[in-house]
Design a protein around this ligand. Structure first.
Ligand code: NAP
Length: 257
């Protein structure tokens, strides 16, 4: 089997490449900058909005759509007709109206052989706090929001299983093993760094300025909702990979110890 991996320089894609190589699959990557491409794979330079050359002759695609909107996705997917597609989606696809929902629909329109990995949140999202954590204080909004952040290696393992076993037509909810408050996540980053970290609640107006209006408009109401209504914890990682999802603490230790 030959698999095209998009986002191969990113959080999950790099591990998907490694996992597929270990499984004996031939791997091609689509990258904007070949200097950043992983070693030992076929490299095609290009943009995900125009993947025809990269998709030529492959059997399967690990698909990222790294944009806020689904504009242009139908055109991009024309070159992936009837191929196996494993799409890194988000829990937000559930309601159908989000960009992830639109991308899922576009994928279903070009192939029956799809698997959707709907992530709640990646542990790597917290990397944005690390510089602050090193000073001893993380200042951010909604410290009591509870998130079930998932290790990027678990997402990648799910993807590799989707390519090497039969998971066609399956939608998985991909989460960590528990929902932790953001305050607790910051503390665990502190443990891994070897320095105590305290949380300072950031005023919303300041957060909007820092995050930018477009991202803040989507993210802040969602984080606010997670104070009363934590992100769900799914057993799909355990069911598909055969081991429990890696805890956030393990992710932090791997990154910072
Ligand atoms: N972060 C989360 O919590 C979360 C939750 C649910 C779903 N997701 C989905 O996961 C995706 C990946 O998120 P991430 O935060 O982990 O990012 P990431 O995979 O670490 O980074 C994005 C990747 O996409 C590549 N890329 C960006 N624009 C491209 C373009 N125009 N053409 C080709 N490649 C391009 C980047 O390559 P370069 O090296 O060229 O920049 C990089 O490899 C998101 O787009 C989102 O849809 C994320």
């Amino acid at each position: 089997m030959k698999v095209l991996v998009t986002g191969a320089t990113g959080n999950t894609g790099r591990h998907v490449v490694d996992g597929l190589k270990d499984a004996g699959a031939a791997v091609r990557v689509l990258v904007r900058d070949p200097a950043k491409a992983p070693h030992g794979v076929e490299v095609v330079q290009g943009d995900i909005t125009d993947p025809a050359a990269a998709a030529e002759g492959v059997d399967a695609v690990y698909l990222l759509w790294p944009f806020y909107t689904a504009d242009g996705v139908e055109t991009a997917l024309e070159s992936m007709k009837d191929k196996k597609i494993v799409y890194l989606s988000a829990m937000g696809a559930e309601d159908g109206g989000s960009s992830w929902g639109h991308v899922e629909k576009a994928v279903r329109n070009v192939t029956g052989d799809w698997t959707f990995l709907r992530v709640t949140g990646l542990a790597t999202n917290t990397l944005g706090w690390v510089e602050q954590a090193e000073t001893g204080t993380v200042r951010a909004p909604y410290g009591q929001a509870k998130r079930s952040l998932v290790h990027e290696k678990d997402v990648a393992e799910m993807a590799v299983k989707a390519f090497t076993e039969d998971h066609a037509g399956q939608t998985y909810l991909v989460t960590g093993p528990e929902a932790l408050t953001q305050v607790r996540q910051a503390e665990l980053i502190g443990h891994a760094l070897g320095t105590p970290v305290r949380w300072e609640e950031q005023p919303i107006r300041e957060a909007v300025e820092q995050l930018g209006a477009e991202f803040a408009a989507a993210a802040l109401p969602y984080w606010a909702s997670l104070v009363e209504d934590p992100e769900p914890v799914s057993l799909d990682v355990a069911r598909v990979t055969g081991h429990p999802a890696r805890p956030f603490e393990e992710w932090a230790r791997e990154r910072f110890s």
